[in-house]
Ligand binder design. Sequence first.
Ligand code: AGP
Length: 636
Amino acid sequence: MCGIIGITRGPGTAGRGTDAQPGEGGGVDQVLGVLLEGLARLEYRGYDSAGLALVGPPDGDGMWRARAANGIRSLDDLTKRAESAPRGATAGIGHTRWATHGRPSEENAHPHADCSGRMALVHNGIIENHIELADELIAEGHLLESETDSEVLAHLIESRLAADPGTGLTGAVRAALGRVRGAFALAVVHSDQPDLIVAARRVSPLLMGLADDATFLASDIPAILGHTRDFFVLEDDEIAELRPGSIRVTAPDGTEVDPAPLHVDWDLDAARKDGYPDFMSKEIHEQPRAVADTLLDRLLPDGTLVLDEVRITNEEFRAINKVFIVACGSSYHAGLMAKYAIEHWARLPVEIDIASEFRYRNPVLDEHTLVIGVSQSGETVDTFQAIREAGKLGAKVLVISNVLDSSMAREADAVLYTRAGPEIGVAATKTHLAQITALEILALYLAQARETLSPADARAMLGAMGVLPDKVATALERASDVEAVAEAYRDSPSFIFLGRQVGYPVALEGALKLKELSYLRAEGFPAGELKHGPIALVEEGTVVIGVATRTPVWEKMMGNVAEVKSRGATVVLVANDGDEETARHADAVLWVPETEYLFAPIVDVVPLQLFAYSLARLHGHDVDRPRNLAKTVTVE
Ligand code: AGP
């Protein structure tokens, strides 16, 4: 996810905190100041690059644009370049990027310009049909300079404006968006109308703010909360015309609508977390979007699945006779879930190993082995070294990562990106769900490549995945019920997590979340393994949390629940909505919607994340920065 910001101000405004008059030297230019300050507050949404465009400076010659792509230093570099910007701009837009299409580079950085260089655009989202649109525009003579889907929008608007100059910038934006499939929040400026910003959104967030003689837009509230508390919400496919001190919104058919007002009295810190008490809870609640975005535009109309950067041919995929998954922590648990899906659909044997073990076991690999490295950061040194070792042994390496152009992504033969956006909380939540989603997509892709699943069946399965974001959202609606269960067992000194088949990695993930957040003893076991020793741990009052949703091994799971119950355990079960037969055996139930069982981990893990989160908060721990842990482990 990226961050966008914009401001348009009247000629008479010396904005808050600035003393510059248009064209006057000295002081902080309000438009520039608002853009740079807002980009700093939006950096948590991505910092692969930063850029801004200004229109209307009296001594400028139209539109002034600057971009920088230098990782976490991108905004610093942009700020230095902005020192040479013309003063007194009347409007401007800015962007901080979390790269999804096209590497983090200056030419891929926003704002993107049209061929005339008089219009600039910033965009947050994914344009699904950008390839076909780009082909059309190139055939029309447009020169696209980047690898991004977003730049296509700038040229598409230019093309619509050229085709019908009378329609104006707003009409051209409306006509262009009528051709677009996908998600967007965008803002456009044009040097011919230097006090106008045209904005639009579909799925991606965009808010507008009004002050006395200035109007603002941003991806979130904190970016402009310092300038206004009066916000307005833009709905999907509505188009807004922002002029100094005024907003005009029209529906897709052009009729004027009144945007819903939103008065915000949060303080800034609360606002950065979108009103959530911490980043972890914000990110847990971003999971439906993370799953939906990871699914987006992965399926072409003919049923074939699209991977981001695949330098492995279909023939090479077909020649694969073994899969090896290597990862750490939550990423390892996602890999365990993928083992079931790949073996079930693609009929390929799958080995999985903790990355730090894989490297030193002299693994048996060759050019027919596909090694999948799962790492949200793409920087975990254990996993990075493991895929390097695999490459040396001749294996094909595919990486699942949440960070474009990460070290592992650059090293791999193929990459499938999750699209969870930056994850600030140390505990993996939305990136974990996005990883499982990406791995299930990969399992379907392998099955199609090996023709163990027809494109139609793969489509049907991907269609079934399409409802997962809603099911995750439903599971999240029970957060307060989960909190009550955590409250009931807050004094338990330890917890046992149990699961079978796809429920086993869910149990492991639930135990890891509890350990790393509440610092309590928690261990996950395959439920069938209990009687081979671990059941000795069970005594009166031991809290046992079981994943008991309806899978082919549900009955076996309930047998294991009976075993621990008969030894005095207190049993909490993750169960499907309405499953009273399961609930009868539990002291407490964490309810989740039912799904196709191979997708169940994506939904079933949610209450366990919430349980660990609630317990950690009850114990007064910092859930965003748990003790002893780092977000990315770059040491062996
Ligand atoms: C999970 O909550 C932890 N933050 C940790 O186990 C993490 O999953 C592991 O370090 C792997 O990180 P990666 O996905 O960035 O490689």
